[in-house]
Design a protein around this ligand. Structure first.
Ligand SMILES: [Zn+2]
Length: 233
């Protein structure tokens, strides 16, 4: 099982690690700063360097046993098990994911409906809601999000037990992406005064880092389902 360094500190851009397994697609490490695809956030990319070689990490995926598979470019050499490696993130891309992901929490706090899906991207992100009644316009969403973002709110992770989580179902906003449970504790993400929900993704430390956002489109995805797309302004 990999030590997930990004859960404690999403700002780590580089880290040393040891290769614990290797297959035709890539390698597993004893510790990693690479977020694996999940919860609507894409897997990280970057570079792996070791004595005598280097390889691009083109994707990161969850693997069995609580591991992360660092997918290497198809033609790249692979370090053997036991090799000491130095991993570095494509930080520009990941940082955009962190800003976008945190912005999605802000969006979910202003649109009153249950979230049915979402996808974070570096260029645009979306959240889908089941809405009853009036559908907010993209202008209203833009204005309301930027009103909240004009104040710098701290963003902090907290942990609660599975039992506390089960007693507070309102903490799961995205029913299609239930937080991982069974490990005894669940990670909550709190944006001070704005939002509180279970989430295992990577976020910025304060909302000022997001800057301004723009809701570029509201799409009709079914009788009650509406998709809100945002971009970083
Ligand atoms: Zn989150």
């Amino acid at each position: 099982m990999v030590e997930e360094l990004f859960r404690q500190d999403a700002y780590l851009k580089e880290a040393d690690a040891i290769v614990t397994a290797q297959d035709e697609r890539g390698v597993r490490l004893d510790r990693t700063i690479f977020y694996p695809t999940g919860g609507g956030q894409p897997g990280d990319t970057g570079l792996l360097r070791w004595d005598g070689g280097e390889a691009k990490i083109v994707d990161s995926l969850k693997a069995d046993g609580g591991d992360v598979l660092h997918v290497l470019a198809p033609d790249a050499p692979k370090p053997a098990v036991g090799t000491k490696v130095h991993a570095s993130l494509d930080w520009e891309r990941r940082y955009k994911h962190m800003r976008m992901h945190t912005a999605m929490h802000v969006m979910s706090s202003i649109i009153k409906g249950s979230v049915t899906g979402g996808q974070v991207g570096a260029d645009k992100s979306r959240l889908d809601f089941n809405l009853e009644g009036d559908v907010p316009t993209k202008e209203w969403v833009t204005e309301e999000m930027n009103r909240i973002l004009a104040t710098d709110h701290p963003v902090v992770a907290q942990w609660i037990t599975d039992e506390e989580m089960n007693a507070r179902p309102e903490l799961v906003k995205t029913m299609s992406v239930r937080p991982p449970m069974g490990a005894g504790r669940v990670r909550l993400l709190a944006i001070d005064g704005v939002d509180l929900q279970a989430c295992g993704g990577t976020h910025v430390a304060k909302t000022a880092e997001i800057g301004r956002v723009e809701c570029t489109k509201v799409e009709n995805k079914g009788k009650m389902n509406r998709r809100f797309i945002i971009a970083l302004a």
